[in-house]
Design a protein around this ligand. Structure first.
Ligand code: S3P
Length: 418
């Protein structure tokens, strides 16, 4: 499995503002993380890629970044845009952050609001979308922020700005979100406390470069897990996958639906827990998915929709409104494609009801969303006819090699060029 996207982004950003060298292995060389690497290079950081999944970052320290020559293009990556906005708010120079059509239509007010409260100045389009103009040379001060949405990107943006702020910065999250930023900051020598849903740090702390070993990405592994579960007789082992408890909601949800998934050989890879994941084909059963697990499985719902379609009975998802502002409106994208393939899906503002059934053949649109494209590719493995998925280039943002990987376990997939 390819490396974890969230951890790979953070290794570049934190490694860049650390003192000394950070060596990264298991790095995800997907388009999203390569966009972050290009942005950090534009800010004057020397980043070498000695191997396909290795990066060496010569940290410049918290105040060593330089003004970029042009706009920083973050492609399709919301993580890059939101975390960089926090990081750049504390610099002495101004910068402009932009992205592709999807990223430039995603909501940024969620970071602009707390960062402005810290003393930053960020201009967006009038509807709160990128490009973002981040002013430099402003003095930031610590705040306490009660996050209205459970978002690791917002939490991380505020914490990164907090490194540059006077005093202490804290964030309270309404539900637990992925904690990779906090873990990596700690191993780089920053004191970060987490208690009762509140995470705090003091400004002015120094980061020390170090070795980062990136686990395999559970969000990517999910597509292979799903493929095995809904197959006739698969029994597969996926090695060295990140099983940070802030990410494993998908395993809990699938196990609740009757999936035969077990974790073997658990260990720590640096600050991140990993395990080998054993998956055996299983008859899934529909039911109500616990909304308390949503923030722990936030990227896995497109795949879970497919699991629900392959399950017996009806599956109800609630509290998933955030899916509407991901790389696409994922509730609408999945519902429309699944209906196209003969599955009944009832949508609401922040939920969906998926009726178990049989996928037929047909044509679906990925809406330029990597996880929608991969979910339909897995659905196609059990469809009665051929499935054509439009617009699959974006799979490379998170899972380069997906086609070969799933073909390697028996799927019949071809990429057709228009
Ligand atoms: C991410 C946080 C999540 C997730 C995204 C990666 C991160 O976004 O969907 O793919 O690396 O912090 P939100 O913070 O918008 O929930």
């Amino acid at each position: 499995m390819p490396g974890d996207k969230s951890v790979s982004h953070r290794s570049l950003m934190l490694g860049s503002i650390a003192e000394g060298r950070t060596r990264v292995s298991g790095f995800l060389a997907g388009e999203d993380c390569l966009a972050t690497a290009a942005a950090m290079r534009s800010l004057g950081v020397n980043i070498e890629q000695p191997g396909p999944t290795e990066m060496v970052i010569e940290g410049v320290g918290r105040h060593g970044l330089c003004a970029p020559q042009g706009d920083l293009d973050l492609g399709n990556s919301g993580t890059a845009m939101r975390l960089m906005a926090g990081l750049l708010s504390g610099q002495s120079f101004s910068s402009v952050l932009t992205g592709d059509a999807s990223l430039n239509s995603r909501p940024m007010s969620r970071i602009i609001k707390p960062l402005t409260a810290m003393g930053a100045a960020i201009e967006s389009d009038c509807d709160g979308t990128p490009p973002l103009q981040v002013s430099g040379g402003l003095r930031l001060h610590g705040i306490h922020y009660d996050m209205p949405v459970a978002s690791a990107q917002v939490k991380s943006a505020v914490l990164l700005a907090g490194l540059y702020a006077d005093g202490s910065t804290s964030v309270t999250e309404p539900a637990v979100t992925r904690d990779h930023t906090e873990r990596m900051l700690r191993t780089m020598g920053v004191a970060v406390t987490s208690a009762g849903g509140t995470i705090s740090l003091d400004g002015g702390q120094v980061l020390n470069g170090r070795e980062v070993r990136v686990p395999a990405d559970l969000s990517s592994a999910t597509f292979i897990i799903l493929g095995a579960l809904i197959s006739r007789d698969a029994d597969i082992l996926i090695e060295n996958v990140g099983v940070n408890p802030t990410r494993t909601g998908v395993i809990n949800i699938l196990q609740g639906m009757g999936a035969d998934i077990s974790l073997e050989n658990p260990q720590l890879l640096g600050e991140e827990p990993v395990a080998d994941i054993r998956v055996r084909a299983s008859q899934l059963q529909g039911g109500a998915v616990d909304p308390a697990l949503v923030s722990l499985a936030i990227d896995e719902f497109p795949a879970l929709f497919v699991a629900a379609a392959a399950a017996k009975g009806v599956t109800t998802f609630t509290g998933i409104g955030e899916l509407r502002v991901k790389e696409s409106d994922r509730i609408a994208a999945m519902a429309s494609g699944m209906r196209q393939l003969g599955i009944q899906v009832d949508e609401s503002d922040d939920g969906a009801v998926v009726h178990g059934g049989r996928f037929g053949g047909g044509e679906v649109d990925s809406f330029h969303d990597h996880r929608v494209a991969m979910s339909f590719a897995v659905a196609a493995t059990i469809a009665d006819g051929e499935v054509l998925i439009r617009d699959v280039d974006n799979v490379d943002t998170s899972f380069p090699g997906f086609g070969d990987c799933i073909t390697g376990i028996g799927a019949d997939i071809r990429v057709v060029d228009d």
